[in-house]
Design a protein around this ligand. Sequence first.
Ligand code: ATP
Ligand code: MG
Length: 324
Amino acid sequence: MTTAGAAEPPMGAGAQPLTGPRSDGYSDGAAETLWGDGAEPVPESAELGPTGRPLRLVPDPPPVARHGEALIVAMCNQKGGVGKTTSTINLGAALAEYGRRVLLVDLDPQGALSAGLGVAHHDLDLTVHNLLVGNRTSIDDVLMRTKVENMDLLPSNIDLSAAEIQLVNEVGREQTLGRALEPVRDRYDYILIDCQPSLGLLTVNALACSDGVIIPMECEYFSLRGLALLNDTVEKVRDRLNPRLSLYGIVVTMFDARLLHSRQVMARVVEVFGDLVYDTAIARTVRFPDASVAGEPITTWAPKSGGAEAYRSMAREVIHRSGR
Ligand SMILES: Nc1ncnc2c1ncn2[C@@H]1O[C@H](COP(=O)(O)OP(=O)(O)OP(=O)(O)O)[C@@H](O)[C@H]1O
Ligand SMILES: [Mg+2]
């Protein structure tokens, strides 16, 4: 296996090399906005975190007095099995624990987000698919409560796989999801969209209506390769469809501090993406697949586990960075 620094990932068309600090503001500039806009500087601990940087001591977020005008966040990576769905469920549940109102959107025809929350998605009559194609379904008829207080779900199942084709001839096809979510935006603080592992029309719909993107990245050398292509897509959507889209951050998943490989990949990601990398890394543990089988977030299934604490810590960073 090659080490993270020894070889360069191949580039997607028009993508920038993932070498050294970037000159286009993607890394450093975006990071400045993240920690500058509404985010008070926080004290640093003497202890080094998993990123190799001093841990920032992000305080517990204050309660929110008024909910609404949700921040829409696409959880996106075209690579499969990197922790998108796990991060959507558990970040959502942790944000909800902090009193934020959260809507999770299952935008993957596999329906893993719905299944991970214990929803028998195969049997559902109304899903996100009905919101995207045909205009007769009210979003309130599709919305489901989850077992987690403050957290709702727009479920999906395999029906959604037809949507990419059905939408092709629609006018404004990239904005379909945005139009569907608009009526409920003022009820939530965060809307998290679990994207499928592709950069097709469904994912473009998510990016076109999002304020920001969070990239879950498996801590593995080959995961670095896809980031250039993903960055390229985010930039294209920002230029052509959604100027407010920004990259909120990268969360490294399946991290194992005991492995040199993990530490090397982390060092490389931090070198390239700087402050965009969340201080919180999600460790590899079998408790995540176990919690999915139980149909619950880890925050309720094993509330005291390291995995639950990790997503709470990430939620504090997300709230602190976004100022809500
Ligand atoms: N930190 C972790 N430690 C161990 N296993 C994990 C971790 N995070 C996720 N997993 C497991 O890895 C598998 C893939 O995770 P997940 O479904 O969240 O990825 P994904 O990016 O949504 O995948 P897909 O691209 O197929 O949608 C699942 O079985 C999940 O339970
Ligand atoms: Mg998934």
